[in-house]
Design a protein around this ligand. Structure first.
Ligand code: ZN
Length: 65
């Protein structure tokens, strides 16, 4: 049970809460999110601490065969 919680927390940490590449602060809410045609979601982030802006991409659909 504890292992499941840890795994889920790790998943959430890597999936939707990136760390600022500049100052290391954890970011909680994406500024903007958008689907792309490749079956992924792009999240645009802006750090509240230092103002760094960056984007992450998450694939939500399996690659087309
Ligand atoms: Zn920052």
């Amino acid at each position: 049970m504890n292992a499941d919680i840890a795994r889920q927390a790790h998943h959430l940490g890597s999936f939707s809460r990136p760390y600022c590449p500049r100052c290391g602060a954890i970011l909680l809410i994406a500024e903007q999110s958008a689907f792309n045609l490749n079956g992924g979601i792009r999240h645009d982030w802006a750090c509240d601490h230092c103002g760094e802006e960056f984007a992450t991409s998450v694939r939500v659909l399996p690659p087309q065969a």
